[in-house]
Design a protein around this ligand. Structure first.
Ligand SMILES: [Cu+2]
Length: 481
């Protein structure tokens, strides 16, 4: 695991779908400019080596020369995007990465009939909702149950004969011959890792992945992640034989209220979710019961950006890694002031949805997803330094690359993101203004395909995910205005 470029990886992942400047003639010039910009940007990263970055940019340059699709990209972009105006060098560099990606069928990890394409969506709202609670409020037995459920999902493979085995029969990237990787035993946990990788790498160009189907940097961000939490929760409930099981959330406030926010002892307990890792390769391995019980990352991204040429994806077991509190761009997880800020956002989403040229104040979704175009720090501009993005950055390691569900913290973090959405919906529903009460409390949710099928899970519609109560769960407590 050399060259673990945690910040640059997430940077690329998050900003991938921006409007690239379309003229191929301009592109080469910009690419060489960006090589310099990139080297500067990554200099704060303890692990980054600039030669990797420069090499990657070089590859991209040649790829873009043979890539006539860039004109199409520009045209498509204008549909939902206002004039991009000034070119952000960080963003532009990332756009150049698109050409390096291997063509993969977007059906990877898509559940087929046997894979239960609507698993997790109840036929009817249950009479008694599952109550999702804060991780820190669980007792020892409750925490143990969650960890055991995560471990159980890793052991439910196609051949294990467990209930749910059929859902582990997905197309794996590790079986794509061009990637030259070795298959692993596909299982119910790694399904989510692959689905998320697919959602990221398929963002490579607007003609292959229209804005309407993007699971990140677009309106589907919240519905898409709400669905994978529901689906995972149903898997965990089945695996441990407890139909009332509810996925806990990571209440970011716990880290501020109890002890040192930059280590967060209530969360990173060796007996359960594991330790905080460390700031360099000698210390970043997650230690504790979870990893000692054989929980490993089995498919993960490496080597910088969205370079998905085989060198950008590795299949094979390696330990989980974290770098809690090591990021130069964020201090602590999201704080109370940021959380309170969600209630000041009046509309769910607004164009341009792409974050690269959008101030965070444009919409609730953009603010919660965490892009922050107005920050001075280029890492903040690219990776986002509020709320969702800040949580990923702050934990670091596996949480900052496109295979981020490898860390179970991903699901606890996104559960809290989902809780923020629920709180915002409730605030709108109780406001008494007709306009804010429509669409289950999502004023300004865009129409058309933005309400339609989710990427990877194309038998589930985004607008089915609006009313979380109808999906059978609630939270023990919501932040309020
Ligand atoms: Cu995601």
């Amino acid at each position: 695991m050399s060259s673990w470029t945690r910040q640059t990886s997430f940077t690329a992942a998050l900003v991938l779908l921006g409007a690239c400047s379309g003229d191929p003639a301009d592109t080469d010039a910009t690419a060489s400019e960006t090589a310099t910009a990139t080297a500067t940007t990554t200099s704060t990263d303890t692990d980054a080596d600039t030669s990797t970055t420069t090499t990657t940019t070089g590859e991209t340059e040649s790829a873009s020369a043979t890539e006539p699709a860039s004109t199409t990209e520009a045209t498509t972009d204008t549909e939902g995007t206002t004039d991009t105006g000034a070119v952000d060098p960080v963003h532009e560099m990332i756009c150049q990465q698109l050409g390096t990606l291997v063509d993969v069928d977007e059906s990877y990890a898509v559940p087929g009939v046997a894979g239960a394409p609507r698993w997790g969506i109840p036929m009817d709202p249950p009479n008694t909702p599952r109550i999702r609670r804060s991780w820190s409020s669980l007792d020892a037995a409750g925490k143990q149950q969650v960890i055991d459920a995560f471990l159980a999902l890793k052991s439910i493979t196609v051949d294990s004969g467990d209930p749910g085995s059929a859902r582990a029969d997905y197309n794996s990237f590790c079986e794509v011959p061009e990637l030259g990787q070795a298959p692993y035993a596909k299982n119910l946990y790694d399904f989510y890792v692959e689905a998320h990788i697919n959602a990221f790498v398929s963002m490579r160009s607007p003609d292959q992945m229209p804005m309407e189907r993007m699971a990140h940097m677009a309106p589907h961000f919240l519905p898409w992640h709400r669905y994978i939490l529901l689906r995972l929760e149903a898997d965990m409930a089945e695996a441990i034989g407890d139909p009332d099981f509810a996925l806990p959330y990571w209440d970011w406030n716990d880290c501020w209220e109890d002890g040192d926010a930059n280590t967060c002892a209530p969360l990173f307990e060796p007996d359960y979710l594991g330790g905080p890792g460390g700031c360099d390769e000698a210390t970043h391995t997650v230690e504790g019961y979870l990893t000692e019980s054989g929980f490993t990352a089995n498919v993960y991204s490496v080597g910088g950006l969205m370079n998905f040429t085989g060198a950008g994806l590795v299949c094979g077991a390696r330990p989980l890694v974290r770098a809690v509190g090591c990021s130069d761009s964020v201090t602590g997880p999201p704080d109370a002031a940021e959380i309170a800020g969600i209630f000041a956002r009046q509309v769910y989403d607004a164009p341009p949805y792409d974050s690269c040229y959008t101030e965070e104040d444009v919409s609730f979704r953009q603010y919660l997803e965490g892009f922050n175009n107005s920050d001075v720090d280029p890492i903040c501009v690219a990776a986002g330094c509020t709320l969702h993005g800040r949580g990923h950055e702050w934990i670091g390691g596996d949480m900052t690359i496109n295979s981020t569900p490898n860390d179970p913290m991903f699901f606890l973090h996104h559960n809290n993101v989902d809780r923020m959405w629920a709180a915002w919906q409730e605030a709108n529903l109780s406001s008494g203004e007709a306009a804010r009460m429509i669409d289950a409390g999502n004023p300004g949710y865009p129409d058309g395909d933005f309400r339609g099928p989710l990427f990877v899970f194309d038998q589930v519609r985004a607008d089915e995910l609006f009313d979380y109560r109808a999906l059978g769960y609630e939270f023990d407590a919501l932040p309020s205005e």
